[in-house]
Design a protein around this ligand. Structure first.
Ligand SMILES: [Zn+2]
Length: 227
């Protein structure tokens, strides 16, 4: 059985999906939830199993705010496809199975060894707009990289980070700050272009890539595709 990876949804509908990886990460995740609520936007959070166990209430707050939860592995270890362990930890808190998975570090080959990742009920989701927000200190640059991304269009999936995998609390709390500062004007700009900001469960994902080692290597090399 081949592995299918989705990078976008139907292009003929004016919807885009904001996705936030590596959380939950209180209080940063809560700040993101507040900004989304202030602009009536829904989003998808690809969370780590280890953080779901450490901050179950933060994960509950994402669910209560009406956002979609996806599986982003348990440890975020480059060599581990521990999506099943993550799924157990996440579902223990949310009470429902994840329907979306994003492999960490573009390491989609790790999905091959996970029964959860291979389930026909689960969609493996990458993105087509990658501002690499985690590497940026200037909020304006995150906004520019997102809005100027060559693939930004209806159906786009935008990859942002409200957390990090590090056990270093100070670093994990500091890293999302530029993104959080960028988020209100970024959402305003997307909505001004006529895009509705929706959860992945409101999109029809299409044209998946059939995984291959060559595609993955290319994907990793061009992870940031902005201008
Ligand atoms: Zn990640």
């Amino acid at each position: 059985m081949s592995l299918l990876v989705y990078t976008h949804a139907r292009r003929d509908q004016p919807k885009v999906a904001l996705t936030f990886d590596d959380g939950p990460n209180p209080p940063r995740t809560d700040q993101v939830i507040e900004i989304l609520a202030s602009r009536k936007a829904r989003a998808t959070f690809f969370v780590l199993g280890k953080w779901a166990e450490r901050w179950p209430q933060a994960l509950e707050r994402i669910v209560r705010a009406g956002h979609v939860i996806g599986n982003h592995s348990y440890l975020h270890d480059p060599d581990l496809g521990d999506f099943d362990r993550a799924e157990a930890a996440i579902a223990h808190v949310t009470g429902r199975p994840c329907r979306f998975l994003r492999a960490h570090l573009f390491h989609y080959h790790l999905c091959l060894e996970s029964p959860f990742a291979r389930s026909p009920l689960v969609k493996i989701v990458d993105s087509d707009v990658n501002p690499a927000d985690w590497s940026q200190t200037d909020p304006a640059e995150i906004i520019r990289r997102t809005l100027d991304a060559q693939d930004l269009a209806g159906g786009s999936i935008i990859d942002l980070h409200d957390s990090a995998e590090t056990e270093n609390d100070a670093l994990r709390l500091a890293r999302p700050l530029p993104m959080i500062e960028a988020l209100p004007p970024l959402i305003d700009a997307l909505q001004a272009r006529g895009f509705a900001l929706v959860g992945l469960d409101e999109m029809e994902l299409v044209e998946p890539v059939t995984w291959s080692a060559a595609w993955q290597a290319e994907r990793k090399a061009t992870g940031y595709k902005g201008k």
